[in-house]
Ligand binder design. Structure first.
Ligand SMILES: N[C@@H](CCC(=O)N[C@@H](CS)C(=O)NCC(=O)O)C(=O)O
Length: 220
């Protein structure tokens, strides 16, 4: 049975849970999940560090194979388990999706992460609100790029939902949640109509609720 290490409130664990759901793989039947990270701990034990020397979640075990890096885990799961072709299999769609996955981890998240960690993992008296505000506003500008892309197509890689939509939609959900929770500190959130419509399509069509998990684990 597949084993997934990670708490459900982690955005990177959510990517994996969403992908597993789309592939029709069920917790308790096809995979087991072990709560780890933050208050659950377990991710700094020698046993865990032997699996993932970064001490981070998600970490996935499938037989002898151990994987970490959430986007890589998604790629693996689709290649290994997408027997019913839930995700587009043509090369052009695959690489359009890859492009956005790399952009999420290399460009968008580094910007949103500064605002996210600044507001949720930094004690109030240590927060640098200028840096947080700038990071949030930079993320607005980055998300405007996805909005442009979605003006002409329904999903990140074309007309069908793809794995690249998963990390993007989870980041958008965090971007909204941060602004709703800390409106003054983030400054205004751009109104992105194509992104909004895409989020609604995703919420209606997918097997995982992207907006359901609202736990930010805020440090006081
Ligand atoms: N690039 C990694 C980042 C993993 C990561 O930063 N995980 C966070 C949760 S989102 C973590 O394990 N934090 C420590 C903790 O939860 O205790 C990935 O995409 O999987």
């Amino acid at each position: 049975m597949i084993r997934l290490w990670g708490r459900k409130s982690s955005i990177n664990v959510q990517k994996v849970l969403w992908c597993l759901a789309e592939l029709g793989l069920e917790e308790g039947k096809d995979f087991e999940r072990i709560d780890a990270g933050l208050h659950f701990g377990k991710n700094r034990t020698p046993e865990f560090l032997a699996l993932n020397p970064n001490g981070l979640v998600p970490t996935l075990q499938d037989g002898d194979l151990v994987l970490w890096e959430s986007n890589t885990i998604l790629r693996y799961l689709v290649r290994q388990y997408d027997k019913s072709k839930r995700f587009p299999a043509d090369i052009a769609s695959q690489y359009q999706s890859e492009k956005w996955m790399d952009w999420q981890v290399g460009t968008m998240w580094p910007s949103l992460r500064v605002a996210f960690l600044g507001l949720t993992r930094t004690p109030e008296n240590e927060r640098n609100y200028e840096v947080i505000h700038k990071a949030y506003q930079d993320t607005n500008a980055l998300l405007a790029l996805i909005d442009q892309q979605l003006a002409n197509q329904r999903y990140c890689s074309g007309d069908s939902f793809n794995i690249g939509d998963i990390p993007l939609a989870l980041c958008v959900s965090r971007w909204i949640l941060l602004n709703e929770t800390f409106p003054e500190q983030t400054g205004a959130r751009l109104s992105l109509h194509n992104v909004e419509a895409w989020m609604q399509r995703i919420e209606a069509d997918s097997k995982y609720s992207v907006v359901a998990e609202k736990e930010l684990n805020i440090v006081k």
